[in-house]
Design a binder for this molecule. Structure first.
Ligand code: ADP
Ligand code: MG
Length: 689
């Protein structure tokens, strides 16, 4: 439902949005009187609830000068009203001062929308006719401060135009003040659904809105207020349990519970393990008790019984004093049974049990050998512990990421499949991980969120705590969202909004599993992310040198020319024909003396002229690859600066060499493009990207 002209005007004034001088006239005569009073070039518009795009139907007459012209224009609009047959809806003539744009300034579009996931958001971009031509927009959650709005604008093409392009005035701050005011409209108009200020014209005297419309909800209901981080319960019994009970393991067939028992054994979990079985005293070699009520002092209960029995089992766990529960069972809100899920969560809550799931594949903390999960990723031979946490809304995709991470030698601190999030949400886990010493970076596989504001607050909190957050969002398209909906019971929002708001909160958004894993490679050790943008390139090939240098440029990384002093130093180990300025080509000499590779790297890493070294190796196979890899590892471990390797050979030709790098935790990629993209993704947000 559209607000009337008067209601819009009142709301704009209350929010502090400057509006062009204007007067609403009930008929042609009143319009002429207003025109006479204004005495400057004016604009006449036919306004009616029935007209949304006025200029499309000729209802906007610009630059009207003088009494007679105003009378003529008012007459034409009156005629138009009868042609358009809008008498029933009511119409009036709006007389406005003609806002003269300051030289070279563009019209601005400011939009507001109540997003189903994130609440009110504000959108800024080029306005008027440019709306379609320049689709580049900045999006933020409402409200924003003027400095925040200025930063938003400066990140768009509009910002370039408003920021003093070709000698024009820099009016970004003036426009930012209007954006900040507009971003308070949802506070003024509580049931605002959508609003457009299009355009805001930047005049010599400052920006003014010349056209505004506000739509409100048909019926007032809950419009969802911003939520904030709430204290998270202690998740230690979930991630580092001293004892685990498995409920839902059979003494005769293999159920998910049996798989969990198998993984606990296989990965040599050191705590106490108890199974629950009505008759057997032993399940898969673990002692069993007849009921969850008999468990006694247990940190973590893994529940894998049928959905309809979960609430009862949770109740028994509560009576026994269990501290945390992972509910692997499915058949809850993901299939529409919200009531069953609520009962499980309610029982857990009543007994102070922290609840993961239901409908989860479980949790893992490899360093503590906690494998309370049935994910087949745990069948891998090596499941190294490390500093990267994985929080997955899809346990299946999460398991894939874990297994591929392990394959690359990326160690995992925590893995959690959040399931239906009946109690603990992605944001809760993130809050916990932000304070978890074992975790340096967090990868989130996100489907849909119900409380977007809360998630943003948690991402902001984690990134401020120095923990990069990488997000792979699925369910971006309508078709994709449909799949997600039937899968976890949450609704996917508009991805453009997700992407903008997640990035503003400090997250790195990625587009594929490969990108996620490539970015994680950079975070496996906290110090592996370059502190600045100056790259040194070392290669065995001139071709690879220029390819890598091109990529650095593409990602806004610098390849500084090395100082004469440093070049002279390099010349003491490299042949006279080697390129020394950066990129540094060690030449074929490396085949007779592989040590020059390590010595070259050492000189670069020790200099204060660069922040990171990108090594680009081409068709160098084992056994020579082993020698070079060993030198790269030695230098990477010696230096605090990151070393990133692109090795473009078929893996089967250098299995030993590549293995040496992987085992040492040096990020290695099969293509310089992936390597440099990973560097770019790994750089802290807001730096000179
Ligand atoms: P609509 O968006 O309904 O077509 P507008 O009121 O936005 O109608 O007018 C269309 C265009 O006319 C604006 O994009 C702007 O370029 C110009 N315009 C409208 N009102 C004024 C004004 N008061 N001063 C200067 N230009 C105006
Ligand atoms: Mg308009």
């Amino acid at each position: 439902m559209q607000l009337s002209y008067d209601e819009v005007a009142k709301a704009l004034t209350a929010a502090g949005v400057p509006v062009v001088r204007e007067r609403l006239a009930p008929d042609a005569a009143a319009a002429v009187a207003a025109g006479d009073e204004f005495g400057v070039p004016v604009v006449l518009k036919l306004v009616s609830p029935a007209l949304v795009h006025k200029s499309d139907v000729g209802a906007v007459i610009l630059d009207v000068r003088g009494h007679d012209a105003v009378a003529g224009a008012a007459g034409r609009l009156t005629e138009l009203a009868s042609i358009l047959q809008i008498d029933d809806d009511g119409w009036q003539i709006l007389v406005q001062e003609m806002a003269v744009p300051a030289a070279s300034s563009t019209e601005v579009f400011i939009g507001l929308k109540r997003d189903p996931v994130f609440g009110p958001i504000v959108v800024v971009g080029a306005g008027g006719k440019l709306v379609e031509l320049m689709p580049d927009r900045a999006i933020a959650a409402c409200p924003v401060t003027a400095p925040e709005a200025a930063e938003m604008i400066r990140g768009t093409v509009l910002g370039t135009l408003l920021g003093g392009f070709r000698g024009g005035l820099d009016v970004v701050d003036d426009v930012a003040a209007v954006v900040a005011a507009a971003s308070r409209l949802p506070e003024v108009v509580g049931d605002l659904v959508e609003a457009d200020l299009n355009p805001v014209v930047v005049t010599e005297r400052g920006p003014v809105a010349v056209d505004a419309r506000i739509a409100v909800a048909e019926e007032t209901g809950s419009v969802g207020e911003p939520a904030f981080r709430r204290p998270v319960p202690d998740l230690t019994p979930l991630f580092e349990p001293r004892s685990v009970a498995v409920i839902g393991a059979s003494a005769s067939v293999v159920l998910p519970g049996n798989r969990v028992l198998g993984y606990l054994r296989r990965h040599e979990y050191r705590g106490r393990v108890v199974a629950v079985h009505p008759t057997a005293s032993d399940v898969d070699g673990f002692a069993a008790v007849p009921s969850a009520a008999d468990l006694g002092d247990i940190d973590l209960a893994c529940i894998a019984v049928s959905a309809d029995r979960c609430a009862e089992v949770m109740e028994q766990c509560g009576v026994a004093g269990v501290r945390a529960a992972v509910v692997l069972s499915s058949g809850f809100s993901e299939v529409g049974d919200h009531e069953l899920e609520r009962r499980v969560a309610e029982a857990a809550d009543r007994h102070g049990i922290v609840l993961c799931g239901p409908n989860t594949v479980g949790v893992m903390s490899p360093a503590q050998r906690v494998q309370v999960s049935f994910s087949q990723s745990q069948d891998m031979l090596r499941t190294p512990a490390g500093s990267v946490a994985i929080v997955a809304q899809s346990g299946a995709l999460g398991g894939s990421v874990a297994s591929q991470a392990w394959e690359r030698g990326i160690g995992i601190s925590r893995f959690v499949s959040v399931g239906n999030q009946a109690s603990l949400t992605v944001a809760d886990y993130l809050d916990h991980l932000a304070a978890d010493d074992a975790t340096h970076a967090v990868a989130i596989i996100l489907e849909g969120v119900t409380d977007g504001r809360r998630l943003l607050a948690s991402i902001e909190h984690a990134t401020r705590a120095g923990k990069p957050v990488l997000v792979l969002k699925t369910g971006r398209t309508e078709v994709g969202a449909r799949a997600v909906q039937s899968h976890t019971g949450s609704i996917a929002g508009d991805y453009t909004v997700y992407e903008a708001l997640l990035a503003r909160a400090g997250a790195t958004t990625v587009d594929s599993l490969t990108e996620l894993l490539d970015a994680l490679s950079m975070h496996r050790v906290a110090s592996r992310v370059p502190s600045g943008a100056r790259m040194a390139i070392v290669s065995t090939s001139g071709g690879a040198c220029s390819m890598t240098a091109d990529l650095c440029t593409r990602y806004g990384l610098q390849v500084p020319t090395l100082s004469d002093g440093l070049q002279a130093e390099l010349a003491t180990v490299l042949p006279g024909y080697a390129a020394l300025a950066n990129p540094v080509d060690v030449t074929g000499r490396v085949t007779t003396d592989p040590s020059i590779f390590g010595r070259t790297m050492a000189m670069l890493l020790d200099s204060d002229e660069i922040d990171a070294v990108a090594v680009s190796i081409t068709t160098v196979a084992d056994p020579m690859a082993e020698q070079i890899a060993a030198q790269i590892v030695e230098q990477a471990q010696r230096s605090a600066k990151p070393v990133i390797v692109a090795w473009t050979i078929a893996a089967e030709l250098a299995p030993e060499g590549l293995g040496i790098l992987r085992d040492a935790g040096v990020p290695v990629f099969d293509d310089p493009a992936r390597a440099l993209r990973a560097v770019d993704l790994g750089r802290p947000r807001g730096t000179d990207r």
